[in-house]
Ligand binder design. Structure first.
Ligand SMILES: Cc1cc2nc3c(=O)[nH]c(=O)nc-3n(C[C@H](O)[C@H](O)[C@H](O)COP(=O)(O)O)c2cc1C
Length: 328
């Protein structure tokens, strides 16, 4: 399949950059390309994490997600999750040889199995190991590749962040995205803005704010509170309302979701998953992951329930068509 890549329009310079966050099981290359085709408004998109290991090989699924034939290397940032600098550097060299310019290091994943292996936010609890790993990464880094980091504040206590930031400040990190929660907060507990304030005062790397941005006003609040912060990374808010980044870039406060466009976007996602996944179950599972987010755009809870309970693609399509045509 040939991808017609979307050219990024030049937006007003005073605006903050907006990045599409990585969400495993949601923002794969199919989603990212289809999102850019129908909505966009973002300056970078991140792949969900890839886990390099002692096989020194990407899995087929991982390679699909960084295949330059399926990704625009100019604005796609592959993300790595590992606690081994040799594995990290192997992956960096492979990915850089495909043309990508930036690679992101995941130091935020809160999942129990990941953390138990001292990866993601689990590595934050071992500052000496984190420091050693970053030292080895930056020592071995090929020229011309930027390493950015996506981090939480710590594992058990937000105060861990003071030492963690001292470590980050030793290295030429191209951008530091902070999700101001600790591991045990997962994605629910209130955001700890006080520690983001501390980063604004003390970080040497340019900062990216991430967490709970759902509306244009939320973006503007961050913009006002942190004039020096150049970019925001949006996850669930942007999946729920795929027009959010565009609304901000076009100076609109909020416009109702364009349901005709949303339907075309939905249908194109569905057609692609039918094409690449085998069997109805995996396709429905994939589409239902989106509805976890999309459902709040629709008032008809019964219709949403039918969609989420559908077992066959023809049923699913009927329920989605009925929901959208009744809402138009
Ligand atoms: C289902 C799910 C999967 C995620 N997968 C990843 C991932 O692969 N890499 C990563 O850095 N963050 C991942 N995240 C975290 C998001 O990138 C983001 O930091 C988080 O959702 C908070 O931002 P938001 O409030 O804008 O959604 C995931 C979050 C969710 C809910």
């Amino acid at each position: 399949m040939t991808i017609a890549f979307t050219l990024l329009p030049c937006y007003n310079r005073s605006m903050r950059k907006i990045y599409l966050a990585p969400l495993e099981g949601v923002t794969d290359s199919i989603y990212r390309n289809t999102f850019m085709k129908y909505f966009g408004g973002v300056d970078k998109v991140y792949t969900p994490f890839i886990s390099p290991n002692s096989t020194f090989k990407f899995t087929t699924r991982e390679f699909k997600d960084i295949d330059p034939a399926k990704n625009n290397v100019d604005y796609t940032v592959p993300q790595l999750l590992t606690n081994n600098s040799e594995h990290f550097l192997w992956a960096v060299k492979e990915i850089a040889s495909l043309g990508f310019k930036e690679i992101n290091f995941n130091l935020g994943c809160p999942s129990g199995t990941v953390v138990a292996k001292k990866k993601g936010s689990g590595l934050l609890y071992y500052p000496e190991e984190l420091d050693k790993m970053l030292y080895e990464i930056f020592e071995g880094l090929p020229a011309g590749v930027d390493i950015s980091i996506k981090t939480r504040l710590g594992k058990n206590e937000p105060e861990e962040f003071y030492d963690i930031l001292d470590i980050y400040n030793k290295y030429p990190i191209s951008e530091l995205t902070i999700h101001p929660r600790i591991q045990s907060d997962f994605y629910r507990e209130p955001i700890k803005l006080k520690f983001f304030d501390y980063a604004v005062e003390h970080s040497k790397a340019p900062l990216v704010f991430n967490g709970d941005i759902k509306t244009v006003s939320d973006i503007k609040n961050i913009e006002e509170k942190y004039p020096s912060v150049d970019a925001l990374m949006l996850g669930r808010g942007l999946i729920t309302n795929p027009m959010l980044a565009l609304e901000y870039k076009e100076g609109l406060e909020h416009t109702a979701l364009d349901l005709t466009k949303f339907k075309a976007f939905h249908d194109e996602l569905l057609a692609q998953y039918i094409d690449v996944l085998s069997g109805e179950k995996p396709v429905l599972h994939r589409m239902k992951e989106f509805w976890v987010h999309w459902q709040s755009q629709f008032a008809d809870e019964k219709a949403i329930k039918k969609i989420r309970q559908s077992n066959r693609i023809y049923e699913y399509k009927d329920y989605v068509n009925a929901l959208i045509s009744s809402a138009i």
